[in-house]
Ligand binder design. Sequence first.
Ligand SMILES: [Zn+2]
Length: 121
Amino acid sequence: MSVFGLLTSLPSAAESSLANSRVSDARAEARCAQAEVVATRRQVDRLQMICEAMWTIGKRGVGSDDDELLSLIEQIYLRDGRLDGRSRSTASACAECGTVVSVRTGVCLYCGKVQSQKTVF
Ligand SMILES: [Zn+2]
């Protein structure tokens, strides 16, 4: 490439400014995402402690033990036929239009009908 070609291929000041602005925006978004991850990690840690405290109280009250809890957790995992450490909620048909609705959302995305809650989780 000739010197002239090289010079004409360089970004203009406006293009450089736009690129710098985009880099700055991307860095700001990355910082926000990182802060959200930290906040979510704190929430998960707190929920884990609450769950452990509730379990400690519960097993005293009903005379259960960790083996029974582990067995119940396994049964919950197996509800979808897979022992993969994840609990998937099942879907149901909308009472209004019959469209498949996630149990977790509780609202039909097609017609907006609020579904009756059939399960706590
Ligand atoms: Zn519907």
